[in-house]
Design a protein around this ligand. Sequence first.
Ligand SMILES: [Zn+2]
Length: 80
Amino acid sequence: MSLLAAVCGVVPTEGGVFMRNDPLVSAEMPSKFECFQDGCNFMVRADSDDEVVHLVQEHAQFTHDLTLDDETIAAEIEHG
Ligand SMILES: [Zn+2]
């Protein structure tokens, strides 16, 4: 069970999301996003902002039934 699955109560069906929550992989990935919805501890790391934006849009749509635009997500991405 990945961290994402544990904190969101959702087992991801997308292989990419699941793999990116592997701690050995995520340590190499500089772009990080933490979901700002109440009660949601979703966090994703990827090696580019574009990839984070894409993964977060999928999460927001699937988990929160929200459509977020690229700028909203990009503004919340942390690096490091
Ligand atoms: Zn969320």
